[in-house]
Design a protein around this ligand. Structure first.
Ligand code: SF4
Ligand code: SF4
Length: 119
């Protein structure tokens, strides 16, 4: 594996738009034991073409993150119910993790959190 999410502050969870499709909303609804409409209202923001994105909340490092991100533990709180985009991201390699590793090595600080990287 070329990246390690357990050692990362969760940069990808701070993306402005974390898209969800209907199946993703259904998965959330089932996870929380509520109906589709309630889940849609509680957890998503409407986007174009009847698509949705995650609601977000404040984060001290990245400004805003997904509402389901634990900002103390720096991890997802709904891992088994996370949307499809989170299941497939980032593929083979994570650009942010490469950058983070470089910065941590350069600064000799394994806890450093890089906040200015963009892809
Ligand atoms: S930014 Fe990369 S390393 Fe960090 S949590 Fe996301 S996928 Fe994992
Ligand atoms: S659902 Fe979980 S993995 Fe996906 S953006 Fe939110 S906190 Fe991150």
């Amino acid at each position: 594996m070329l990246f390690n999410c357990a050692k990362c502050p969760g940069y990808c969870c701070s993306y402005p738009i974390i898209p969800l499709n209907k199946k993703d909303v259904w998965r959330l609804a089932k996870h929380f034991g509520i109906g589709f409409r309630e889940a849609k209202k509680k957890y998503t923001k409407p986007q174009e073409d009847e698509k949705y994105s995650m609601r977000r909340k404040a984060d001290e490092h990245f400004g805003k993150v997904c509402q389901f991100f634990d900002t103390d533990e720096r991890r997802c709180t709904i891992y088994t119910a996370r949307p499809s985009t989170c299941r497939t991201f980032p593929g083979g390699r994570c650009g942010y993790y490469d950058f983070l590793t470089f910065e941590r090595n350069t600064q000799d600080d394994p806890e450093h959190i890089a906040t200015t990287w963009s892809d």
